[in-house]
Design a protein around this ligand. Sequence first.
Ligand code: GRF
Length: 225
Amino acid sequence: MAGVTAPRLKVGVLISGRGSNMQALIEACAAPGFPAAIALVLSNDPGAAGLARAREAGIATAVVEHRGFGKDRPAFERALTAALEKAGVQFVCLAGFMRLLTETFVNRWRDRLINIHPSLLPAFRGLDTHRRALEAGVRLHGCTVHFVRTAMDDGPIIVQAAVPVWPSDTEDALAARVLRAEHRCYPLALKLCAERRVRVEGEHCRLDGVTSQEAALINPPPELG
Ligand code: GRF
């Protein structure tokens, strides 16, 4: 209906560190007409640099320290979910959140919980992806935004972007190139999800109505239409 805009999806962003992907999401959400808004930035580490960046942007923040829960991961995750629910969060973006999540949390947020990983999954799950990509001698590396499942760095792939690997690359140079791609991919993936243009079918994502402008943000592009 003309003049009626859909309410913006309320997003929680979980971080553990510097929060550059969180920053990319904050900037995307600030653009007029973006279909999502960040209701809460939540960290397991009170020293996470991203918390200050979020506060500077006027975003609500909270800390749930995993250390306080010892080995009781379910209790830690109940506290995470309580903080997210209190803020009215409908959808969760992991952005450098360095805790593994149990099945209970993953299922509570199933298909409303996404992560960004610095490799072209399923290659190079886990840590030190850039070093391992250089060691493997791959010509293409990149990043992936995917729905979270209980297995680490696993789940239906929403968006990927490939970057070249050059013979002269150091780990830092490659990481910086991938990070630039991450900052394009994560806002795009969130936009597609918020506009309900991502369907999970048989653990594969189908994307609806991807425009050439959106496709230009990533390489290789998703199927069109
Ligand atoms: C990114 O490389 C992301 O892909 C990975 O952790 C890193 C977080 O960086 N999951 P930042 O905190 O977003 O700058």
